[in-house]
Design a binder for this molecule. Structure first.
Ligand code: PLP
Length: 384
């Protein structure tokens, strides 16, 4: 059975070039990067080359990159590493749970948190961030691109506000990396997290940019790896893969790959809007990353549509992978003002570098008829 995967915001397949780059670091070059002998030197050199590639992707110095196990760890390290009881954090209501639940936890240990709302397009108003500043504000953490809608936040304006107020600024760029150019100086952020498996490297590796001079309290206690910012033997194959993914991501902005993916996304949106009644694009009108579209198909249950499409070979999602299977509607879509029914009727289509025009043709051959079939079965739709 043919299977097409359009859920790349959940995770991406490792690209063959990336697998080829990491493969020698399992058997041939297996040394511990902290060892001083030949084997260690070899892997140390590979880790430092990868650090340079990741630094070039985000526009910083190699020494400002800390390798992590992924986006969740980067977000936790940035937020928990900077704040103490009595501090105040400003964040938004549409953050990933890696940020929201870190903030919730910190509230339980005496840190105050302000959650800034978004408008109907899913965008944070930088003025709201400015107005939320307090004497004890230590950190602003607002994501660069939302994982469910792809909506890009005004991080440059927020960075400016943070700099003026002399407050640290962290941005979760997990869903932005490889999709839009990143430049930590233009954003004026002090910390920025990325994750390998959202950009065709394997699951379980990521990086946190930490601006020089930013004193982070480490989360793990152990050796002095990563300049004492993240203890634990480096995941060398994963780090090499992340370095290669960073290089490919950078090339994608120059070789037309990002435009190609944007074109496929446009094709999905245009065709679905033309061929399916009572739908809408969540986040329409806002700047969005080129690979994502989130559409509400009114009068049907999103989960039912995901399952029906999956049975026909198309993998998509109702939103954040971690909330799949849960019945609560998306906190992101609710924050944008969608009703619970409309939020539950929403599906995310997210493209990756492996997707082709044929894949999109396959998807578009299924979506209108599957929606129509489910609506035929829906008593709510018949009443509408
Ligand atoms: N932040 C965002 C915006 C994400 O989309 C994700 C993953 O879905 C994460 C953080 C967590 O990253 P990881 O899966 O690497 O822990």
């Amino acid at each position: 059975m043919r299977r097409i995967y359009l859920d790349n915001n959940a995770t991406t397949p490792v690209l063959p070039e990336i697998l080829d780059a990491m493969r020698p670091y399992f058997i041939e070059h297996f040394g511990n990067a902290s060892s001083i002998h030949h084997h260690g030197q070899e892997t140390r050199a590979a880790v430092e080359r990868a650090r340079e590639s990741v630094a070039q992707l985000v526009g910083c110095r190699a020494s400002e990159i800390v390798f992590t196990s992924g986006g969740t760890e980067g977000d936790n390290l940035a937020i928990s590493g900077l704040t103490r009881p009595g501090d105040h954090i400003i964040t938004s209501t549409i953050e990933h749970h890696a940020v929201l639940n870190t903030c919730k936890h910190l509230e339980s240990v005496g840190i105050e948190v302000t959650y800034i709302p978004v408008d109907g397009r899913g965008v944070v108003d930088p003025n709201d961030v400015r107005e939320a500043l307090r004497r004890n504000t230590r950190l602003i953490t607002v994501m660069m691109a939302n994982n469910e809608t792809g909506v890009i936040q005004p991080v440059e304006q927020i960075g400016k506000i943070a700099a003026e107020a002399d407050v640290y600024f962290h941005t979760d760029a997990v869903q932005a990396a490889g999709k839009v150019p990143l430049d930590v100086n233009r954003i004026a952020c002090d910390l920025l997290s990325i994750s390998g498996h959202k950009m065709h490297a394997p699951q379980g590796v990521g990086a946190l940019y930490v601006r020089k001079g930013t004193l982070l309290q480490a989360m793990f206690h152990g050796g002095r790896h990563e300049r004492s910012r993240r203890a634990g033997t480096e995941n060398v194959p994963g780090i090499v893969a992340l370095g290669k993914a960073a290089e490919l991501a950078k090339q994608g902005f120059e070789n037309g790959e990002v435009e190609r993916i944007a074109g496929l996304r446009e094709q999905i949106e245009k065709t679905v809007v033309e061929q399916v009644e009572t739908i809408g694009v969540n986040g329409e009108g806002a700047p969005r990353v080129p690979n994502t579209t989130n559409i509400h198909f009114d009068h049907i249950e999103g989960e039912a549509l995901v399952i029906a499409l999956d049975l026909k070979g198309l993998a998509v999602s109702t939103g954040a992978a971690c909330s799949s299977g849960a019945l609560e509607p998306s906190h992101v879509l609710m924050a944008m003002g969608l009703g619970a029914d409309q939020a539950r009727a929403s599906l995310r289509f997210s493209l990756g570098k492996q997707n082709t025009e044929e894949d999109v043709g396959f998807a578009l051959g299924l979506i209108p008829s599957t929606v129509a079939r489910l609506r035929e079965l829906s008593p709510v739709y018949q009443k509408a």
